[in-house]
Design a protein around this ligand. Structure first.
Ligand code: ATP
Length: 210
């Protein structure tokens, strides 16, 4: 079986994530794709991070239409920082016969050799990357060659980049703008229902009193 792994903070999940996953599942003929929200992202500051349960639920709503796609709580269940290498070791134990493939955007791909135990990651999984920005100027192809010389197996997905980020979604919500069309409809409804990412009244008071 071929198992894809798509990790991320998903704070919140957006249409760029879903589009990448859909395209990859169709093109690579994956048997399953595990979407794994991170509990504590090791590489970023957790700004405005909503609860793990809420991010898991938004991922379920976003990916429920994709056949073979499951949202996994593997990293949420770990009390300590989550590292991709640990997740891959756990999945390798769980599915020893499977070939594992890590799905990611270009920002992550271009930092691979800074990840914890990246050599072991290359042994455990192949890498698959989709561009996020239009102005990469061949950097993905060059990095693919460099990483393959270091032992990785890489694939660049031929997909028009979509420059959308969770940061932009959070910024829009905080500014009172609509995120319609930027996140799946059910995710938008969930965000509105629970008032996620909105400016807190205490922030407004603090800014107003400066
Ligand atoms: P933030 O803006 O909070 O940093 P993000 O939009 O980068 O978040 P993550 O949850 O950190 O979202 O991303 C999870 C994975 O999805 C990463 O591999 C990232 O590169 C990829 N990704 C995110 N947005 C896109 C996009 N628009 N196109 C392709 N890949 C994307």
């Amino acid at each position: 079986m071929k198992t894809g792994i798509f990790g991320g903070t998903f704070n919140p999940v957006h249409c760029g994530h879903v589009r990448l996953a859909r395209h990859y599942m169709e093109g690579a003929r994956l048997d399953r794709l595990l979407v794994i929200p991170t509990r504590t992202p090791p590489h970023k500051k957790a700004v405005d991070l909503v609860s793990g349960a809420q991010r898991m639920e938004m991922c379920r709503l976003a990916f429920e239409q994709l056949p073979g796609c499951q949202v996994s709580g593997l990293e949420m269940e770990r009390p300590e920082k989550s590292y991709t290498v640990d997740t891959l070791e756990a999945l390798h134990m769980q599915y020893p016969e499977d070939s594992l493939c890590l799905l990611m955007g270009s920002d992550m791909f271009l930092t691979m050799t800074h990840w914890k135990d990246w050599q072991r990651i290359f042994q455990l999984a192949s890498l698959c990357v989709g561009a996020r920005e239009t102005d990469l100027d061949g950097r993905l192809e060059a990095e693919k060659i460099r990483l393959e010389q270091l032992g990785a197996s890489c694939e660049v997905i031929p997909l028009e980049p979509m420059a959308l980020s969770s940061t932009e979604i959070r910024r829009r919500i905080e500014a009172g703008q609509s995120v319609s069309g930027f996140v799946p409809e059910k995710v938008e409804a969930y965000i509105l229902k629970y008032g996620l990412y909105q400016k807190k009244s205490s922030d407004l008071t603090a800014k107003g009193s400066r």
